[in-house]
Design a protein around this ligand. Structure first.
Ligand code: IVH
Length: 683
């Protein structure tokens, strides 16, 4: 029994501390997933020992305590919380409970919404005028934040239209978009101020300003998702109907809400939103399922903290806690040194994470990270996992602080910090084996010379055994040298030599890109190839002539000049193009030979699998026709090319009214411009 006492006390203390940091300090230290787990553990323990429930237990209240700086107000109707569903089984059980409670055989009409990750507010309109805005507080008592809320442009100060109720309370979420958040943090950093941990905390912190002028400068927005108390006036009888009515009165509601009939539709909606969540531009942490008929909602009623007619089906957490084993320092192709956190493996949203980037020396300073620290790692969308923060309180005694090295970990050369940049670089250049390996990996990669079978591990071996120093050496490898290598053998060695032979026939832009000149990506390489037509012309260009190339600025020109003037590079280039090795490409276009660029200025995005060519080939041909090809869809995209099994971009394009073309239409375009389209064809 003493043990249970102890456990209960410990869980309550942890949860109280976390809630204090989250609600009062706006500086959370626990990931939400960990908070949820502790809360579930406490609930289960209290269920097993109900006589030990105390009135101040975190399970007994809805949210954080009201803060003193603002006037407290009583909510006319309590602002409830939502039951959390974490798995499909939870979700199906919830839906089944609804059917049973309503004794309903037919699938129930439901409403699916985004679970916005911001700050819940209640807005009170009297005769159409915004008279009060309040936070949720503990659900019964909140804080009046009217002055601050009045600065948010998404929130109408006066409702439009007629037949407005005398009193209308609506509930919704104030939040910050990711773009707004990034901008705010960039500004904070410039001023040397503290960064916000995430958009939700930034929104909460912005609403807690005593000076509304500060709130006004914060990029806050609002979406309305529910009803509070209403007096005098008629409202539709369904939740969906209310949302439409709100919209007509000028209140913003989400375009992502959907009416759903039955369990299958709910699961499908969950899938759909899970896939699109990172394209929304703002954070959500799940979906909310609501019974649509207000009459049925009333019939179902509420429990202490949450209604029975709604629940949140949460996404797998994006953040988890784990231990930092150590930090390694990786040297990239251009010598930039990136610290990488080696972690105790942890599953985040279904994927095991073992490493996370720590970006640069500034980030190491910001985090004040120590070996053995407990860290929060985050995986959002397709980005590389990040270390978000360190929980300093959990640091083992005597832990060693992580320091940025003062010499290159691969070649011990000195390091230099680029002016105005966070990056630190090894000065070793080509004597640095790490840089050599990375530039060879880049040279052989799919978008560069595309040398099939020449993977990372093989390159490591070739450099370590000093069989290869430069890109030219790759083409001098012999069967005898290759066969004894680990994981090789005669067949693979023969295949590799054939692949090397094949790679010699390339295109000028690919070749330029393969050289791995800093800042020279595929697009710049293409512009350079188009502009100069030949390597000799490029090599004899001065800085002024380089800057004359589209999209080549001073930075790119300097790197190019530096690279091309370097005697060692000149030697390697000459060797690659010599008859002995024989790298070659068809005569590229010279700018004045290009009759026109039929797709000039047209911005394309590709999604899904194409049949008759790869995405990369389609991209190259579009670029050759003067089009721009981007990975991200935005309002400024002109065309979306859709293949089989398109991703979430399709729905987004439909929403933004961006014209959609299929593979056939694309091929027709290429066929009507065969000359430009084919000149850059690479395979
Ligand atoms: S309805 C009685 N709808 O989730 C129902 N809440 O965990 C109460 N939230 O305090 C809320 N998106 O801050 C509702 N579409 C949505 C929501 C939503 C986010 C938040 C809200 C609420 C919390 C409950």
């Amino acid at each position: 029994m003493k043990d249970v006492f102890h456990q209960l006390a410990q869980l309550r203390q942890q949860l109280q501390q976390a809630a204090y940091e989250y609600f009062v300090l706006d500086a959370p230290t626990l990931p939400d997933a960990e908070y949820d787990r502790l809360m579930v553990a406490l609930q289960q323990l209290e269920q097993a020992h109900p006589h030990l429930i105390t009135p101040d237990s975190p399970t007994q209240r809805v949210g954080g305590a009201a803060q003193s700086a603002f006037a407290t107000i009583q909510h006319t109707l309590p602002m409830l919380s939502l039951e959390n569903l974490f798995t499909e089984t939870d979700c199906l059980a919830f839906l089944q409970r609804l059917q049973t409670a309503l004794q309903c055989e037919q699938p129930l009409m439901l409403c699916g919404e985004l679970k916005l990750d911001g700050v819940a507010v209640s807005l009170r309109y009297e005769a159409g005028l915004l008279v009060q805005a309040a936070t949720r507080g503990d659900g019964v008592t909140g804080e009046a934040i009217t002055h601050n809320v009045r600065t948010i442009r998404a929130i109408p100060l006066r409702l439009q239209g007629d037949s407005l109720p005398e009193v209308l309370e609506v509930r919704g979420e104030i939040f910050m978009t990711e773009a707004g958040f990034a901008q705010l943090n960039a500004q904070a950093e410039q001023r040397g101020e503290k960064r916000f941990a995430n958009p939700r905390n930034a929104a909460a912190g912005s609403l807690r300003q005593l000076d509304p002028a500060i709130t006004a400068r914060r990029p806050l927005t609002f979406l309305c998702y529910g009803l509070g108390s209403v007096q005098g006036g008629q409202l539709p009888t369904s939740h969906w109907g209310c949302l439409q009515q709100f919209k007509q009165w000028g209140l913003p509601v989400s375009d992502w809400s959907q009416r759903l009939c039955g369990a299958e539709a709910v699961l499908h909606y969950y899938q759909q939103i899970s896939q699109q969540r990172f394209d929304l531009g703002f954070a959500i942490d799940g979906i909310v399922i609501k019974v649509d008929e207000l009459g049925l909602q009333q019939q179902l009623g509420a429990r202490a903290r949450a209604p029975r007619w709604a629940a949140a089906y949460k996404f797998a957490a994006q953040e988890e806690l784990t231990l930092l084993r150590e930090v390694t320092f990786q040297v990239g192709r251009t010598g930039v040194i990136t610290p990488v956190a080696q972690l105790e493996p942890v599953a985040v949203a279904g994927v095991w994470i073992r490493h996370a980037t720590l970006h640069n020396a500034d980030e190491i300073n910001r985090l004040q990270i120590h070996q053995g620290d407990t860290v929060i790692v985050r995986r959002a969308g397709e980005v590389i996992p990040q270390v978000v923060s360190v929980i300093a309180e959990r640091r083992p005694a005597g832990a060693r602080a992580i320091r940025y090295p003062d010499h290159c970990p691969a070649c011990h050369s000195g390091l230099e910090r680029l002016p105005g940049k966070a990056a630190i670089r090894c000065c070793g250049g080509l004597i640095c084996p790490a840089q050599r390996k990375e530039s060879l990996k880049h040279f052989a990669s799919r978008r560069a010379l595309d040398i099939e079978g020449l993977g990372e591990q093989l390159i490591e071996q070739l450099v370590d055994q000093q069989l290869v120093q430069t890109a030219a050496d790759l083409f001098r490898l012999s069967l005898e040298q290759l066969i004894p290598l680990a994981r090789m053998g005669r067949r693979s060695a023969e295949k590799l030599l054939a692949a090397l032979e094949k790679a010699k026939q390339t295109t000028f832009p690919r070749f330029l890109f393969a050289l791995g000149i800093p800042l020279v990506g595929e697009r710049t390489a293409l512009h350079l190839a188009n502009h100069f037509g030949s390597l000799a012309a490029l090599q004899s260009a001065d800085l002024q002539q380089l800057i004359a190339v589209p999209e080549v600025g001073e930075g790119v020109a300097n790197h190019l000049d530096h690279f091309l003037q370097e005697p060692h590079n000149q030697k390697v280039l000459a060797e690659l193009l010599s008859p002995e090795i024989g790298v070659r490409w068809p005569d590229p276009l010279v700018e004045d030979q290009i009759v026109d660029h039929p797709l000039k200025g047209q911005r394309f995005v590709l999604t899904g699998t194409l049949h008759s060519l790869t995405r990369q080939q389609a991209k190259e041909r579009l670029l050759a026709l003067g089009a721009e090809v981007s990975e991200t869809l935005s309002r400024s995209t002109h065309w979306l090319v859709v293949g089989q099994q398109p991703g979430s971009k399709l729905a987004k394009a439909q929403r933004l009214n961006i014209p959609i073309v299929d593979e056939q239409a694309l091929l027709n375009w290429f066929n009507s411009h065969p000359s430009e389209g084919n000149k850059h064809e690479s395979r």
